[in-house]
Design a protein around this ligand. Structure first.
Ligand SMILES: [Zn+2]
Length: 116
């Protein structure tokens, strides 16, 4: 084993996911051909090798996207700036429970530190 680590941008990862899915479908079509005696098709070596490769690539799932309100471009859901027009995107309320808890704890908190 070497220590090769691949670094892909989000767009490249999206493209890779599409390609991986396409090849997987094509392999599925090949191995899905009916056998002469009608028995279920066994997994071919190609199928098994491909699944190992996909597992190693570990591409994950496609990230959530949202539309920029300014230019209608596609941005990552967690992004704060649009990648196309650099407009500030409205922040998402990802964890409202944590925010509520923080606001609650500040009510009775100590504020002794920091004042000269
Ligand atoms: Zn934009």
């Amino acid at each position: 084993m070497n220590n090769l680590r691949l670094n892909f941008s989000g767009a490249e990862l999206s493209r890779l996911r599409v390609l991986v899915e396409a090849v997987g479908k094509e392999i599925g079509l090949v191995t899905g051909a009916p056998t002469p005696d009608g028995s279920p098709t066994p997994k071919t070596a190609l199928d098994v090798t491909w699944s190992h490769l996909v597992e190693m690539l570990d591409l994950g799932s496609e990230p959530e996207m949202r539309t920029c309100p300014n230019c209608r471009g596609q941005c990552m859901a967690g992004a704060r700036l649009c990648g196309s027009c650099w407009a500030r995107l409205p922040t998402l309320a990802l964890k409202p429970a944590v925010t509520a808890k923080t606001a609650d704890s500040q009510g009775g908190g100590q504020r002794a530190a920091g004042n000269p």
